[in-house]
Design a protein. Sequence first.
Length: 76
Amino acid sequence: MVRNIFCINQNMPSSVVHHFIYFPDTEILRIIYQSGAVYDYFKVPSDIIEKFKEARSKGQFLNKVIKPRFKYMKIE
């Protein structure tokens, strides 16, 4: 089974987000923070991912749009 995966990590201008990986088949957004912490956000639709990619401030977008709307879990 092949999974579609979307990953962004090259030259991300963010003091909060190191990079992210999006799994469109399951709508899971995995955020790898600059601190090294890893979180999965569940049922994040692709239109939100497109807006996240374009956001000038990834941290502000996470705090205002993603965290309040989507369940998440820290990955150990």
